[in-house]
Design a protein around this ligand. Sequence first.
Ligand code: EPU
Length: 453
Amino acid sequence: MTLVGTNDKTLASPLGDVLEIRGGRPLRGQVDVKGAKNLATKAMVASLLGSTPSTLRDVPEIRDVEVVRSLLEVHGVTVSEGDEAGSLLLDPSGAESAGFEEIDAHAGSSRIPILFCGPLLHLLGQAFIPDLGGCRIGDRPIDFHLEALRNFGATVDKEPNGIRLSAPEGLHGANIELPYPSVGATEQVLLTAVRAKGVTELRNAAIEPEIMDLIGVLQKMGAIISYEPNRVIFIEGVDQLHGYDHRSLFDRNEAASWACAALATDGEIFVKGARQYEMLTFLNVFRKVGGSFDITDEGITFRRAATPLKPVMVETDVHPGFMTDWQQPLIVALTQSTGTSIVHETVYENRLGFTEALNKMGADIVVHAQGLDGEYRRVARRELEQAAVITGPTPLRGADIVVPDLRGGYAYVIAALAAEGTSRVSNVGIIRRGYEKFFDKLTALGADFDIVG
Ligand code: EPU
């Protein structure tokens, strides 16, 4: 299959890496959000656990999906279009070991390959995972994953080009307490425990809606998973799982991004497919900033309630807190609030670097090493750039900017659209890793831009 992408060694840069954006126009119209990047890719990996084919619906057309599809294919899974537009049929009946070079071709392309560990160990007794990619937003260790896999009885060896795992005797249930409710490590445990012998108890688990949807997928496959308050999940291993038929949860990160685009450009965007329940925390902040929204069964319409916008204090956190993936587009809108806002990033170590370019465009953002309070958070009390203090309103003006990562890059495009004058935004290919039909959606909303490289 053809892979499109930007920052990894196999994927050539596609046309559409540089945009010239003429700002100052409100974005108005409708965008459709499909399945969540952070669920669909994991559900695709789960298909490896079944003895029969799976159908995944509302799969977004994004590069991470292409990477996972390709990695499944080199492991013998047949992936074809399903029975409706946007669905994939994943048939694992021919699953087999893949060669080093085929696997290594995916090095640096995504973080999802780490989730192949458990399914491949169950299927083949061994696995080789290439070096991971994903956004450069600070140190992104995988120690929780590897520790959990060792607890299940796997042997884990780090090699120069990746990680080699084996479990010739099979995997057994484990008692695991995560040091932090990591999304990926929780998924690792789920995807491994469902077919391990015996019961697994996972404490301090992540409980993001995408995790709950993955639990739903696994239950459809025949898994027995229950959860208790306080982040405890029990998984009773079973001998066999079968395929699933599942419609992906909508992408709430994409929905929040377009909501902030409406706020920052003073437009009005109907996000078809967005749902209230998974966005409760976001909607509260959106309202406090001065946004308003109408919720229907079809989606959510976002706009400003009043100008000027108001300042807020926000701390990113694990669910049900304010997601780390929501802060970047929100910060662009906060440059237009009257007063001082503070955004404290507590999930990643280095996810505020993108604000430098916003300052170049006229924003007044100072990033401090200390956060809002002394309470324990994963990255609290370290000399890291954690807290952005945004003083507004500051008019934004066009500039030449280079996209640093997925969410920061989206924020740059909104900033360019809100700014007076022309901006040249390069490295835009990264944004298309997580935002389906990005250029088409911008066009549908009336954005004035050209693809110039
Ligand atoms: N962490 C460790 N050790 C580990 C695993 C995580 O120290 O073994 C740390 C991370 O470095 C980070 C924190 O724990 O500081 C949280 O990481 P988590 O494992 O929860 O994140 P993830 O699974 O790598 C997913 C999403 C991210 C999203 C986070 C938080 C995917 C593919 N990625 O990452 O999405 O920000 O959860 O919700 O699901 C994005 O979509 O742009 C994106 C980065």
